[in-house]
Design a protein around this ligand. Sequence first.
Ligand code: TRP
Length: 379
Amino acid sequence: MKVDPYKVEGKIDYDRLIKEFGLEKINENLLKKIKKDAGEIHPMLERGIFFAGRDLKWILDEYEKGNKFFLYTGCGPSGPIHLGHLIVWYFAKWIQDKFNVELYFQFTDDEKYMYKNMEYDEVQKWLGENMLDVIAVGFDPKKTHFIIDTKHAGLLYPEAIKVAKKISFSTIKSSFGFNDSMNIGSIFFTAMQTVPTFLPSVLKNKKIPCLIPHAVDQDPHFRITRDILPKLGYYKPASIQCLFLPSLAGSSGKMSSSESAKGILTTDSQSEVKNKINKYAFSGGRDTLEEHKKYGGNPEEDVSFQYLRFLFEEDNKKLNQIEEEYRSGKLTTGELKKYTIDKINNFLKGHQERREKAKKEVNKFMLKSDKNDIFINLY
Ligand code: TRP
């Protein structure tokens, strides 16, 4: 097993990750506290999709005292958006709504340019496309601020160098498994991903707690961040971390944009979704209908069922019913797939309509700051 921002490989053992990364598992007490503060609990929390974090109790304690946090998450624009990305974003929207908080959303076009074999213009194209998907999630434009690394460079760079000065080359090498042949931009990059954890504190000139919802592979960046922020006079960022959505083939690894053929994209048509699920979604059912009826299927291994559990079946009762009927063999793979296809298509219909409208809204989301204007006054 290997899990870091640049490689997710093998069968993921999440309990082992909790130990190795030093994460706090989300327990009943924490769920109760979230429920008390949010007024309800999100299915992704109840179902353990968001399973771990750092300093979550602290961030809620501060919230209860009136010291509100802001949210920070991001996207590296290197390809189309697939269902895996949406887990974090739709969850972040729920937190924004329930806690009434600001969201800073970083687009790391610099990262993707430096790490991938891609032309600058290609990355910029995906940046434009990906922003539409983020807007389509339905974030409040008054409380949501896009940061684009290459466009907000003037704002980010003075802070990034303060971070970079505190990170040694050997820390980066051991955190990400880099060797001496890596380009020097990629070595610097963690500093850029760190800046939004405290940029709002810089802009508002007061210490503000930060909560980062993210998939567990990004944790190595933020472990470094947490070591540095107190040295710069800011709070350590808290985080809430999720599992990887299984790929259609059923691996537990991360669904990757570069293997788009394997995943369902936000722009897929209804018939593409139908084909992908029918053709590729790994089934936990038995080889023949007869055996299935007799012995039942395995929902843990069934990708359609997992998609319902992660994102598409909000109703707990209904999900439990599907699980039981599938396990008992009453529900067939064909029926389960059909139900999942309808659910995904219904969801994507709304997302795609909002995505289309988003084309006129991008500038409403851009972070504006007079600190990003260039005006030099020497006298
Ligand atoms: N590095 C992330 C990626 O490759 C993008 C990202 C930037 C991010 N800032 C973040 C993800 C904060 C989660 C939280 O996709």
